[in-house]
Design a protein around this ligand. Structure first.
Ligand SMILES: C[S@@+](CC[C@H](N)C(=O)[O-])C[C@H]1O[C@@H](n2cnc3c(N)ncnc32)[C@H](O)[C@@H]1O
Length: 403
């Protein structure tokens, strides 16, 4: 892929830009196969079943579009009220305009000009810090614009602000923004007072009546709320949930947990009549969204399929190891953040006797570490899904079976 910002040395985000795309995917396949090599050559169960056989079988990787695949933009706002710059800060702290970044689809790119004009109209002074350490002086209000595009072409816009000072001005001019940006469905303000490299704060202030963006994936519309996680590549996420569903259906558990469930992508796609599914997630907001989606699906024509799907907020490890869990599920899905599931949950799964685990990971290093802590759960199927072209990151889905 060709990128003027990369060529000019202004942006270094796409570290693999000089490698042709098929080679990127091959390199990632080699990378994950090497990392999992120590755990993938263990002999598997001799019992019957869909996965009985020897070793880990890799399915062909799922490739992505090479450009225009990101559904979410995180734009640092710099410059001035009159001439805001949306993009990143270079090493010297100067704004780099990335509104034509090739990772964003045209509909996302097209939102940036009206948003920049809105910054001027509502007099949202870009945030900046002058000086360092104790002498650092903070100025301005608007830190980031976070924009998400749904598969149906709707937008969620979040203004990350230093304080609530600008909220009234944003509200006052919001109708203008809606007129300029008709795809705008959800807007909110996130208050992040700290001068820290943290993207967002705890307080989210809704600015529109609608507070959820429907992210339609196959026949399920997941409700995305401002502070919830969503996979950034909708097309590859669709393949991820389809693959998970295929493997779960082959195993055919009547009870299934989805740990780190977010807004319910795996749980809802893997729901089936006669299957009890429980989703656990730390974010109460994501759980409210997932529960709302399940209610809606039950009220539609999915009464049987979604009858026994429930979600609860909590820590995944505490839920699994905690005293409240009397009955073990037949299968568990885990999709943790980059840090992985960690020793406690891995050891609990190892000792649990649960037959099948489906591990979806965005960091094969922590995946390999977690698998090493679960020697009785052997990887039998794997598939790389290239969620993040032009970077060394990728998603990998691994089906584990008890030996
Ligand atoms: C990689 S995301 C996966 C979300 C979801 N499975 C999906 O497909 O969109 C990881 C999720 O784990 C959640 N999380 C982080 N720490 C957690 C914890 N200790 N217990 C439960 N969930 C946690 C995050 O809020 C986030 O939604």
């Amino acid at each position: 892929m060709q990128c003027p910002h990369y060529d000019a040395g202004r942006c270094h985000s796409c570290t693999l830009l000089e490698i042709d795309y098929p080679t990127q995917v091959l390199d990632k396949e080699r990378h994950v196969a090497t990392l999992l090599e120590p755990v993938s050559t263990r002999p598997t169960s001799a019992r019957t079943g869909p996965t009985a056989g020897a070793g880990l079988t890799w399915l062909p990787a799922v490739s992505s579009r090479e450009s225009g695949f990101r559904n979410k933009a995180k734009m640092v706002v710099s410059g001035t009220v009159a001439e805001p710059v949306l993009g990143i800060l270079d090493r010297g702290g100067h704004g780099v305009d990335l509104t034509d970044c090739g990772l964003y689809p045209p509909a996302l790119q097209a939102s940036f000009a009206p948003l920049a004009a809105f910054v001027t109209r509502a007099a949202l002074e870009p945030y900046q810090v002058a000086g360092r350490g104790r002498r650092a002086q903070q100025r301005g209000e608007l830190k980031y614009l976070l924009v998400t595009l749904s598969p149906d072409g709707e937008l969620m816009v979040r203004f990350v602000l230093r304080s609530q000072e600008a909220i009234a001005r944003i509200r006052k001019h919001l109708d203008w923004l809606r007129a300029e940006l008709p795809a705008l469905a959800v807007a909110s303000a996130n208050i992040q007072p700290a001068h820290a490299a943290v993207l967002e704060g705890d307080l989210e202030i809704p600015l529109t009546e609608r507070t959820t963006l429907p992210m339609r994936i196959d026949d399920i519309s997941l409700d995305l709320r401002p502070q919830s996680f969503f996979q950034t590549n909708t097309a590859v996420a669709t393949e991820l949930y389809r693959q998970a569903r295929t493997w779960v259906d082959e195993v055919g558990p009547s009870t299934l947990w989805d740990l780190y469930c977010g807004v319910g992508g795996f749980a809802l796609h893997c729901a089936a009549a006669g299957r009890a599914v429980t989703g656990i997630e730390i974010s109460a907001e994501a759980i409210a969204a997932a529960s709302g989606t399940a209610d809606r699906l039950r009220a539609g024509d999915g009464a049987d399929r979604f009858r026994d799907v429930t979600f609860a907020a909590g820590d995944a490890t505490a839920f699994a190891v905690g005293p409240g869990t009397s009955e073990l599920p037949e299968m568990v899905i885990v999709n943790p953040p980059r840090r992985g599931i960690g020793t406690d949950l891995a050891q609990w799964l190892e000792a649990s006797g649960i037959e099948h685990v489906l591990y979806s990971s965005c960091n094969a290093v922590t995946l390999a570490r977690d698998l090493a802590a679960m020697p009785s759960l052997r990887p039998v199927r794997g598939r790389l899904l290239d969620m993040f072209p032009q970077t060394s990151h990728y998603e990998v889905l691994v089906l584990l079976e008890r030996a």
